[in-house]
Write a protein that binds this ligand. Structure first.
Ligand code: CS2
Length: 475
């Protein structure tokens, strides 16, 4: 039997402690993919048990998949929490999914409603259309489109700006805008991007946004592998109801939001959200100690022939490299947020990487390396160089990424990355020797000149590049 409002009460699962049909929509979320549905939606699902205002309208900017899966299920879906203990929870907070290109006005109607007080987003790092200095990339093709056609936008920046224009025109206050992607200073940067975008169209609007829009930075964390058929089968077997698009995550979940003066918002802390003035310290620790090693594991693990995270962590040599990268190379560069013990934090992350209950594909983490590596690894590399520290291990994931690109290009496989085509072309002319490294280091949007031209960065990456090839051959 399929999951729906009519059937969910029979499920062998944790069920909504409220009537999903009775919720109001107070949140619009851009990008209702697996991460949103496993993370933020679970927090709102807890909030609506006591405050019905925080039902969610998900907005897909491109694909129809989530809407097509969830509409027949009345928006309900199953969250599998796969860890030492396994549980299944039915989430009822998503009350509507809109596919933006199908009905742009429906999206704006929602965004204009004063009862919509919160707008969140998970559109991936590249979805914010930022340049390598994190300012809005006005040359980005979709931003250029949105500036030419502001009433029919394609990007989250375009949607937010037009929605704010309509709210201002109607005399309504802005919503609070809460980005939930792995970008440092995500709130500050998203707000700056929206203000810049608006300034190209209407200076008064841009000033109003600059004065009125609250856009707190956040740190979000929960390992959420993509859904596969195995999960669908497990969910059906465990809950007795079929779900077209369940999601899965580990038990650990953390959401840290910058303290803000939003009036009449939800009682965030009652559902485990941390409000703090110290988001940058949390977010740096998480981006550098979880996402950095994750990307390192992805490229080094794929190079060694592994397919998923826990499998790669069972390679003692590789696990030791990752641990030393974290504890010896990255921790000393960081300031601990609010009494957090960074060594214990690192150990917990390593334990999470070992979680055998979930299959987290390395190829999923390997996506978008050109955007992820500067944030996750080059940030630490630059600081380590400045402090005269050993950089050899920090260069390993960079060399492994170069190997990864080359291997994909030689196999004729598409590289999922905003620079995918350029990387493919470089990968194809690689000679399989140290000269390859210079081809990659010349990509300025990834490697700033001071790193790319630094003799020890060049030599350490070259050494690692050759060593990795040797390892591949031995296998
Ligand atoms: C991962 C993240 O896919 C990736 O790049 O590093 O999605 C990671 O699983 C999450 O940030 C964990 O919170």
């Amino acid at each position: 039997m399929p999951l729906s409002l009519a059937t969910f009460s029979t499920a062998n699962a944790i069920k909504p402690a409220y009537d999903p049909a009775s919720l109001e929509i107070g949140v619009v979320h851009f990008g209702p993919g697996a991460f949103h549905r496993a993370h933020q939606a679970a927090y709102f699902d807890a909030l609506v048990a006591t405050d019905k205002r925080w039902g969610i309208c998900g907005v897909s900017l491109h694909s129809t998949g989530v809407r097509d899966a969830l509409a027949p299920q009345d928006g309900l879906y199953t969250l599998g929490i796969l860890d030492d203990e396994i549980s299944y929870r039915i989430i009822g907070a998503v009350r509507e999914v809109l596919v933006a290109p199908e009905d742009i006005e429906a999206v704006f109607r929602r965004l204009r409603q004063p009862s919509v007080k919160i707008v969140t987003s998970t559109v991936t790092e590249k979805g914010y259309c930022l340049a390598s200095d994190f300012s809005l990339n006005l040359k980005h093709a979709e931003i250029a489109h949105d500036l030419a056609h502001p009433r029919t936008p394609k990007t989250v920046i375009g949607y937010v700006t037009e929605a704010l224009r309509r709210r201002r025109a109607a005399g309504f206050p802005p919503f609070i805008l809460i980005p939930c992607d792995n970008l440092p200073k995500n709130g500050e940067r998203l707000k700056a991007a929206v203000v810049t975008f608006a300034s190209q169209l209407d200076v008064k609007l841009s000033r109003w946004i600059s004065d009125e829009l609250l856009c707190p930075s956040t740190m979000v964390d929960s390992i959420t592998p993509a859904t596969d058929d195995d999960l669908r089968r497990r969910v059906a077997a465990a809950t007795t109801l079929e779900d077209a698009w369940p999601v899965q995550r580990e038990a650990f979940s953390q959401w840290v939001i910058e303290s803000h003066a939003h009036q009449d918002g939800p009682d965030w802390t009652s559902v485990g959200v941390t409000l703090t003035d110290n988001v940058p310290a949390y977010e740096r620790a998480k981006l550098r100690l979880l996402n950095g090693p994750h990307s390192a594991l992805a490229y080094l693990g794929l190079n060694r022939g592994y397919a998923n995270v826990s499998e790669a962590m069972n390679d003692a040599e590789l696990a030791d490299v990752i641990r030393r990268l974290m504890i010896e190379d990255i921790v000393p560069l960081l300031e601990a947020p609010d009494g957090l013990d960074l060594i214990a934090y690192s150990e917990d992350i390593l334990k999470r990487f070992h979680n055998p209950a979930i299959v987290h594909k390395l190829s999923q983490i390997a996506w978008d390396g050109s955007i992820k590596l500067p944030i996750r690894i080059l940030s630490s590399l630059g600081e380590a160089l400045d402090q005269g520290r050993d950089i050899s291990r920090l260069c390993l994931p960079l060399a492994a990424w170069m190997r990864f690109v080359r291997t994909k290009a030689v196999a004729g496989e598409e590289i999922t990355d905003p620079l995918g085509r350029e990387l493919f072309a470089i990968g194809q002319i690689c000679q399989d020797d140290v000269t390859d490294v210079a081809l990659f280091l010349a990509i300025r949007s990834i490697f700033p000149a001071h790193l790319a031209n630094h003799p020890s960065v060049v030599s350490q990456i070259e050494t690692a590049y050759i060593a990795l090839e040797g390892y591949t051959r031995r296998r």
